[in-house]
Design a binder for this molecule. Structure first.
Ligand SMILES: Nc1nc2c(ncn2[C@@H]2O[C@H](COP(=O)(O)OP(=O)(O)OP(=O)(O)O)[C@@H](O)[C@H]2O)c(=O)[nH]1
Ligand SMILES: [Mg+2]
Ligand SMILES: [Zn+2]
Length: 290
């Protein structure tokens, strides 16, 4: 029997197409591909890697995940990150953001049993910030923490929220996710540049997810901007539960399978009429269940 060294434990810290950058528990970085055709490894995953020399290796196994952030349209599903504890939805005072994306991100967060934080970036743009805060008040009322800050000026308000968490930054392009990372991780700008140079993208927009360490217990994943957040992987019965303020009313509709559309005796619509549920949330729910 040849003496094959046993595989090493590591974490995926960047994924680009079929290539991955893994960090071994020793701290060494290894460029990896997956063995055979099984893909399905994402940023944050814990894996076993067989080293093949020259700083390269093969991912031979993905270890069980504690959590997943997903999105899916009718054609395919995309896992954004694994083993995260918190999703930070980043919006900006300008350019304007889609409120729809926030409803959808929060549904995915609740569906995945994760914590959510909404960050309104670019608070140095005073007037648009005031306008955006009005829109975002709804989410604050629902109990989601909302933080207004300027990544370019002062990132300290965000720090307490990151302690002990593995957080992933999600949101539309141009909201300032990477700027937040750069403000928190001093050498990240250089590392990001190194990757985009290697891929010759020549653009500043983030093209793949990347995990950064803030300290031993706190990690942050930057991700590419998204335009849409499909929730096709969630069943309708589960989606209504991801709207946290609907929960007290579920099970109280006249029809057990009520979709809260036009059915008589709908407790959710009654709650909207009574001002206990915001009509923007019911409308968002209806758009999601299509
Ligand atoms: N005024 C102002 N501009 C900011 C602030 N933070 C980021 N920006 C600018 O917003 C633009 C987009 O920032 P990025 O950090 O690249 O945005 P992103 O969300 O990572 O975008 P993608 O990678 O495309 O998803 C850049 O020109 C930043 O300089 C801020 O606090 N204030
Ligand atoms: Mg970016
Ligand atoms: Zn109903």
């Amino acid at each position: 029997m040849p003496n094959v060294p046993s595989p090493r434990h590591g974490a995926i810290i960047a994924s680009y197409g079929r290539n991955f950058l893994a960090e071994l528990d020793s701290g060494a970085l290894v460029r990896c591909i997956t063995a055979g055709k099984k893909g399905g490894v994402v940023c944050g995953d814990r894996v076993l890697i067989r080293l093949s020399g020259g700083g390269e290796g093969i991912i031979v196994e993905r270890l069980p995940r504690t959590s997943l952030l997903y999105r899916a349209d009718a054609y395919r599903e995309k896992i954004l990150a694994a083993n995260i504890t918190q999703v930070i939805v980043v919006v900006a005072a300008a350019p304007s953001f889609y409120e729809e994306l926030i409803h959808r991100c929060l549904a995915a967060v609740e569906g995945g049993g994760l914590k959510a934080l909404i960050v309104l970036n670019k608070s140095d743009l005073v007037e648009p910030t005031a306008r955006a805060l009005k829109t975002l008040e709804l989410f604050k009322q629902l109990g989601y923490p909302l933080l207004s800050l300027s990544a370019n000026r002062d990132i300290t308000p965000l720090r307490p929220y990151l302690n002990g968490e593995t957080s992933v930054l999600v949101g539309q392009s141009g909201m300032g996710k990477t700027s937040i990372v750069n403000a928190l991780v001093p050498d990240s700008a250089a590392r990001t540049g190194e990757i985009s140079l290697a891929l010759d993208s020549g653009k500043h927009t983030t093209t793949h997810a990347r995990l950064y360490h803030l300290d031993d217990a706190s990690h942050l994943i930057d991700s590419p901007g998204l335009q849409e957040f499909g929730l096709k992987h969630l069943h309708e019965a589960d989606i209504q539960r991801t709207f946290v303020e609907f929960r007290p009313f579920l099970g109280h509709c006249r029809f057990r399978n009520c979709r809260h559309l036009r059915e008589p005796g709908c407790a959710v619509r009654e709650a909207v009429a009574q001002g206990q549920i915001d009509p923007r949330r019911l409308a968002a729910y209806h758009r999601i269940i299509g």
